[in-house]
Design a protein around this ligand. Structure first.
Ligand code: IPE
Ligand code: IPE
Ligand code: MG
Length: 242
């Protein structure tokens, strides 16, 4: 789903995506193990989801684990996966009560079986909700997502069901995991790093980017409110004249 807006209208973002970075450095600065940073990061997720509901944000996409994060020591990967299990188990009822639709993007087949079951259960339980769509990017990599979409299209061409010339931007976008999400209006990255790290590369073509020095565990309601205000002050031109 492409962003239907053609120019900045001062409206709040419809879709906010966040690269939740800096858990490890937050912990190190406090002399704590990295796991403590990840635990506190989960608290920041709770607060952010709640505030998005209050602000009337319709789509929130969170980068929880990248396809490259498997390169980390197994103990840290285990900690992250355990926190994810805990988060889904503890939050799903409340998210459902609050009208949140939960979805996951990323290569889920590589996840542990019990996590796949939790992910599927979360999605099916909340399928009817539409107040806020919370998309969790888990084992997600944007290039892999695009390759998958291209493979699907190539298979249709090979089967004789699709002419190469009929492939356009809308068609490729509809073969991505994000097919039913509007493009993010605002992408926030915490922790001072200024890169996308393989997150929503196709979808971010005209996203406003906001890089904050705050470590993710310190991100709170006030920080989200500030981000939305900064977004409202940006002029989006989409290639047209201001
Ligand atoms: C973000 O925090 C969590 C994940 C990437 C899973 P980091 O763990 O990357 O924290 P830093 O960047 O090392 O501080
Ligand atoms: C990006 O953070 C991935 C997530 C936030 C889940 P990283 O900490 O993995 O990114 P790099 O390695 O610094 O680019
Ligand atoms: Mg990091």
């Amino acid at each position: 789903m492409a962003n239907p807006r053609t120019k900045d209208d001062g409206a709040p973002p419809v879709h906010i995506a966040i690269i939740m970075d800096g858990n490890g450095r937050w912990a190190a600065a406090k002399g704590l193990p990295r796991a403590a940073g990840h635990r506190q990061g989960a608290e920041a997720v709770r607060a952010t989801v709640k505030e998005c509901i209050s602000l009337g944000i319709r789509y929130l996409t969170l980068f929880a684990f990248s396809s490259e994060n498997w390169k980390r020591p197994a103990t840290e990967v285990d900690t992250l996966m355990s926190l994810l299990r805990l988060y889904i188990r503890q939050e799903i009822k409340e998210l459902n009560r609050s009208g949140v639709r939960v979805r996951f993007i990323g290569a889920r087949e590589a996840l542990a079986d019990d996590i796949i079951r939790l992910v599927e259960h979360a999605e099916s339980t909340t399928r009817q909700n539409d107040r806020l769509t919370l998309t969790i990017a888990l084992n997600y990599g944007s290039r892999a997502e695009i390759v998958r979409g291209v493979q699907d299209l190539a298979a249709k061409v090979k089967a004789g069901d699709l002419e190469p010339a009929a492939i356009d931007e809308t068609m490729l976008a509809s073969h991505l995991a994000s097919a039913d999400l509007p493009d993010p209006d605002l992408i926030i990255r915490t922790s001072g790093e200024q890169r996308l790290s393989n997150f929503l590369l196709w979808q971010s073509a005209y996203s406003e980017l906001l890089f904050l020095d705050t470590f993710w565990p310190d991100f709170d309601q006030a920080a989200l409110g500030d981000a939305v205000r900064i977004f409202a002050g940006r002029e989006r031109r989409f290639g047209a004249r201001g």
